[in-house]
Design a protein around this ligand. Structure first.
Ligand SMILES: *Cc1c(COP(=O)(O)O)cnc(C)c1O
Length: 446
């Protein structure tokens, strides 16, 4: 499979090149040249197929022969080796719990897959993975994975890459705007994991990262790559759990409405990709907090990026979602087709809190703030489609946001063992301003 740049100014590349480069030299996102179709058998007999096998069959066409079959099977098996249950909340809404992985968030799936692929390519020598058509001078240098996080990416990437030979990981996060559990997850590992605490917003962090990738002088010194959701090796494996959800979906006559709490729109974009590849889904809902760039676009057809606003569902505080362009590409930039498959809602913090409280009181189910945004968006949609049923993707464990959830529910949430281990460790971070010079100095001293 080859991948082209959505800016169309750079040559197409293989899967390994797209993984190593992250972003195309023309700053475009990579996109598969063909959308493969899954076997009918996979859908019809899905209840009898193991998760490893489903994941393998879904991802194989995207990798081709770039990773040997056995190795690829091992990678997907390690990627999905935790449970992903579909739990009913009430008659019409279920929750696909994506938070049973090592850092209690759905990003574990993409980060685990990507780190294992990249580690494989590094072992085989990066220069052999890079096609000569892409000019990249620094193939003999150490690989630095550079990531901006609004909360959950940092922990998942840190965990996925921890102790991986030959890779340094640098994580930029907005100071004071991630939860204390999230902060501990990305600042307490040490070794090859470095946390930069930025006095600014997530968009500032993302801007600094973009600037580093565009900096030719810096890229002669370091081999920079990204592990953000723009990387195809993080984006594509997120399709897996949409198939696992369908495997557990009991209403065989009617396919589900799937509601995805969305920030950078990588997760929902993977779901739409799975659907276009043959997975039955009736409709997708993008649930946003007050950062409503996409809900506004769906109303006006005019895309107006904004500055991010801080909310209690902070992993979705994104004013210019980078993956939305891939969704437009999936629909060939045809708005009517997009509108038929996708609705978007914007939910306020007050509504999010009331929803967490109401769902807990009525059904005894504890939602995290992101899941609560999803729940209310789905409920709003179902009010106008009363015969449909659906699911939310519960993207994080409520304990990651205990500072928000506990006072709302008036209830303490127990830390799972993975959190208990880190909560009392000392954070190790380097504080920087939104000053590019400070970032490059740090990188050069690694
Ligand atoms: C990252 C994240 C999101 C947003 O996912 P995108 O793929 O960026 O849209 C939603 N919820 C949680 C908990 C997250 O960590």
């Amino acid at each position: 499979m080859n991948y082209y740049s959505l800016n169309k100014q750079s040559p197409s590349v293989s899967f390994s090149e797209a993984t190593i480069l992250g972003q195309a030299p023309d700053k475009g996102l990579y996109f598969p040249e063909i959308i493969p179709q899954v076997d009918k058998d996979l859908i019809e007999n899905i209840e009898h197929i193991s998760n490893e096998e489903i994941a393998y069959r879904v991802i194989k066409p995207y990798i081709g022969n770039e990773i040997p079959d056995e190795e690829l099977f091992r990678i997907v098996s390690e990627t999905v080796n935790f449970e992903i249950p579909l739990v009913p909340i009430n008659e019409s809404i279920s929750s696909l719990e994506l938070f049973h992985g090592p850092t209690l968030a759905f990003k574990d799936v993409g980060a685990r897959f990507m780190s294992r692929c990249l580690s494989d390519f590094i072992k085989n020598g990066i220069s052999t993975s890079l096609n000569t058509s892409v000019q990249h001078p620094s193939t003999s240098l150490r690989v630095v994975v550079l990531v901006a996080t609004s909360g959950d990416t940092g922990g998942a990437v840190a965990n996925g890459f921890y102790n991986v030979d030959g890779v340094e990981v640098v994580i930029l996060y907005p100071s004071g705007k991630v939860s204390s559990v999230q902060e501990k997850q990305l600042t307490t590992l040490g070794k090859n994991i470095h946390a930069l605490e930025v006095n600014g917003t997530f968009d500032d962090c993302q801007q600094l990262v973009k600037q580093a990738f565009a900096d030719e002088a810096l890229n002669k010194e370091l081999f920079l790559t990204s592990a953000n959701s723009i990387n195809v090796a993080r984006w594509l494996p997120q399709q897996f759990y949409y198939f696992f959800a369908y495997k557990q979906w009991k209403e065989r006559g009617a396919s589900p409405i799937i509601c995805v709490p969305s920030g950078n729109f990588g997760n929902i974009c993977a779901g739409i990709l799975a659907h276009i590849s043959g997975l039955p889904v009736q409709h997708f809902i993008a649930a946003c907090n007050t950062n409503d760039t996409v809900p506004q676009f769906m109303l006006t057809q005019s895309y107006q990026p904004k500055s991010a606003v801080a909310t209690i569902s902070n992993a979705m505080d994104v004013g210019n979602p980078s993956n939305f362009i891939r969704i437009l590409e999936l629909f060939h930039h045809q708005f009517p087709q997009l509108k038929e498959k996708l609705s978007a809602y914007s939910i306020t913090d007050d509504e999010t809190k009331t929803t967490m409280k109401r769902v807990y009181d009525e059904y005894g189910y504890i939602l995290d703030p992101h899941g609560a945004v999803g729940y209310l968006a789905l409920e709003k949609y179902l009010q106008t489609h009363p015969s449909s049923k659906g699911m939310i993707l519960e993207t994080a464990h409520p304990v990651k946001f205990y500072d928000v959830v506990e006072p709302v529910l008036n209830q303490t949430i127990e830390f799972p063992p993975s959190v208990q281990q880190i909560i009392n460790l000392q954070k190790q971070s380097t504080i920087i301003n939104t000053n590019y010079q400070q970032l490059t100095e740090f990188l050069m001293e690694l």
